[in-house]
Design a protein around this ligand. Structure first.
Ligand SMILES: Nc1ncnc2c1ncn2[C@@H]1O[C@H](COP(=O)(O)OP(=O)(O)OP(=O)(O)O)[C@@H](O)[C@H]1O
Ligand SMILES: [Mg+2]
Length: 299
């Protein structure tokens, strides 16, 4: 990227892909990982991690894939728009069953069960990670529940971790899902970052990109928090745009001005800037000041 040399960076610090090399050990993600580790160790059938769009669910999912100990056999479904049969097929493929086109659904079920038993005998703990779980069709959710019913005398043959947006909770709250809901004894809800955490996040990502000088001024960090509402993906978008602006102006220090500019051409930032008639630099600074002064959640 063009501004790397300008800031002395080895890599772009605010990329949008959930890259585990740029993982920052923030309290929310630390806690989520702790819950996951405990719940998996206890052999829970269903575990749920929810969070707003852009709060790091996919990143957590990938981190788990990278770091799970040897005795786990992990299967990963990034896109759960699957019918019950497709789900069984996807799981079978992930578990290393060879594809054979002409077996019927019942045989597939038996094959799956046998494979799960085999893995259990090899002391493998099989975990299915489902990203974007809010998009699972109703019947597929029910199929999942039935799959987690498979167990030996000692433990479950399959554990499932659902990663999803808050809509997942709304869906699970429906009467028809009460049986599944009751089986989720461990869950974690990712909150947004507070002001101190935003500063820490930005500093850590810059460090991972090889920068140790503080590029963003304190007011810039406050405004980053204000506009992004503490959502990591929005922080990345704004910080990246601000870095480009700084590059254009040949400066290595970024202040509130660059953040306001970045926020002005970004969708989905704190909505107030888009309809506020005086959304200029001064107006935004006043708004940000008001935001901290007024009790939380006033907007
Ligand atoms: N702890 C963290 N350390 C480093 N980067 C993070 C962290 N949390 C989130 N991010 C970054 O925030 C961005 C959004 O993360 P991610 O794609 O995982 O969100 P998501 O919750 O899966 O969003 P969506 O609901 O849209 O799928 C990514 O660029 C990711 O790298
Ligand atoms: Mg995601």
């Amino acid at each position: 990227m063009m501004y790397l040399a300008h800031y002395g960076m080895s890599e772009a610090p605010f990329g949008l892909t959930p890259n585990t090399a740029f993982y920052v050990d923030l309290p929310i993600h630390q806690q989520a990982m702790a819950v996951l580790t405990v719940a998996l160790a206890q052999g829970e059938g269903f575990i749920k991690v929810t969070g707003e769009v852009g709060t790091g669910k996919t990143l957590l999912c990938r981190k788990l894939l990278h770091e799970a100990p040897e005795h786990f056999a992990l299967a990963y479904l990034p896109d759960p728009h699957l019918s019950p049969l497709e789900l069984r097929w996807a799981l079978a493929l992930e578990l290393g069953l060879k594809h054979s086109g002409n077996i019927d659904p019942q045989q597939l079920g038996q094959l799956l069960q046998r494979q799960l038993l085999l893995l259990a005998q090899q002391q493998k703990q099989v975990v299915l990670l489902i990203d974007e779980a809010q998009a699972l069709p109703d019947e597929t959710l029910e199929t999942l529940r039935l799959l987690t019913n498979l167990e030996t005398e000692q433990r479950k043959l399959l554990q499932v971790v659902l990663f999803g947006q808050p809509e997942l909770n709304q869906r699970l709250a429906l009467y028809q899902f009460r049986q599944l809901r009751q089986r989720i004894s461990f869950s974690y809800d990712l909150s947004v970052l507070n002001r101190a955490q935003v500063a820490c996040y930005v500093r850590a990502r810059l460090q991972l990109a090889g920068v140790t000088t503080p590029i963003f001024s304190q007011p810039a960090l406050w405004l980053l928090h204000f506009y992004s509402r503490g959502i990591p993906r929005l922080i990345n978008i704004l910080a990246h745009k601000a870095l480009m602006l700084g590059f254009g102006k040949a400066t290595q220090r970024l202040g509130y001005y660059q953040i306001v500019q970045a926020a002005r051409d970004t969708d989905d930032v704190q909505a107030v800037v888009r309809w506020w008639p005086w959304s200029g630099v001064l107006g935004s600074a006043v708004l940000a000041a008001l935001w901290y002064w007024l009790p939380g959640g006033w907007w």
